[in-house]
Design a protein around this ligand. Sequence first.
Ligand SMILES: C[S@@+](CC[C@H](N)C(=O)[O-])C[C@H]1O[C@@H](n2cnc3c(N)ncnc32)[C@H](O)[C@@H]1O
Length: 294
Amino acid sequence: MSILTFPERGKWGKSAWRGNCSGHIYRALFEQYRPGVFVDPMVGSGTSVEVAAEMGIEAFGLDLHSGFNILRDSIVQAVGKEADMVFSHPPYHDMIVYSGQVWGLPHQDDLSRCVNDEDFLEKLQVALLNQREATKPGGMYGLLIGDLRRDGQYKSYQADCIARMPKAELASLVIKAQHNCVSDSKQYSKMKHMRIMHEYIILWSKPKGAAISVLADLATMAQQQAIALKATWKAVVRQALVSLGGKASLEAIYSKIADAAPDRLVGNENWQSKVRQTLQMIGKPIERGVWSIQ
Ligand SMILES: C[S@@+](CC[C@H](N)C(=O)[O-])C[C@H]1O[C@@H](n2cnc3c(N)ncnc32)[C@H](O)[C@@H]1O
C-alpha cells in the first residue's frame, strides 16, 4: 500500500522524543523488504532498531547524540559492513531543533541547525549519498521526510530529495499520514491553504551492477542535473518567444528574460550567451538579429 496511516506509535522508541515516528511504519517497511541487515543513521530515540530487533533483523542505530555525524563519518565504516536497508528519519530542517533542545548541547552539524533551506538540502544530499554508499548493491536506501510551509511558502523537501538523487534508482514514494503534531492545537479555520497532514517515505534501490567507483555514480548525477538545466533554459527562452508573439529581436528576448528572471541570473554575465546558445537549438533566425520559434 502506498498510503500508510498509524494513529498509534506503539511501544517502540520514546514517546517523549519530539518528532519521533510510529514503530508501525518501520514494521510495514521491514515486512515489505525483509532486510537481513538494517541501519538507521539518525536513530533518535531508537524506534526503528527496536522494531527491527523484535523481528529478528540485525540492526544498527547511529546518531549525532551518541557521537556519529552523518556529515563527517562514513556509515559503512561505522557499521563495519554494507546493509540491505539504510533508512533515516532526519530533522525537517528546523521544524524541531534537536541538539541543545531535545538532547545535549547545540552542535554545528545538527541537520536541524542549518542556516537556510539550501544549507539543509545540501547537507541532506550528503547524508543520502552516505546512506547509498552503505547499501549493498540490490538493497534499499531512503528516508522519511515532511514538507513545511513557512511565511506563506510551501517547501517541498521530498521533491528536492528526489531531484538530487539518481532518477533511475527511485523505487517507491509512500504517503504517511501525520498524527498528533504539536500544531494540531492551533486554530486552522482561517488558514489560506490546506493544512499539511502527511509526510513521505522515499525509497531508492541501489542497482545490482552499481558502478565500482562512487565517483562514476556521481558523474551520472551531475550529468542528469546538467540535462535538466539545459531543458530549463530551452523552456525559458521558448516561453520568452511565445510571450513576444512567436518572433522577436535578440534585444527584446534579453529584456523579456531579464524582466522575469531573478536578480541572481541577470547578475551572471554569461546569461546572454546562454540565451544565444539556446536560441540556436530552439529558434530560427528569420532576419538579422530576429528570431522565431523553430
Ligand atoms: C526526527 S529525529 C529521529 C527520530 C526517530 N525516528 C525516533 O523515532 O525517535 C532526527 C534525528 O537526527 C539526528 N541528527 C541530526 N543531525 C545529525 C547528524 N549530522 N548526524 C547524525 N544524526 C543527526 C538528531 O539528533 C535526531 O535524533
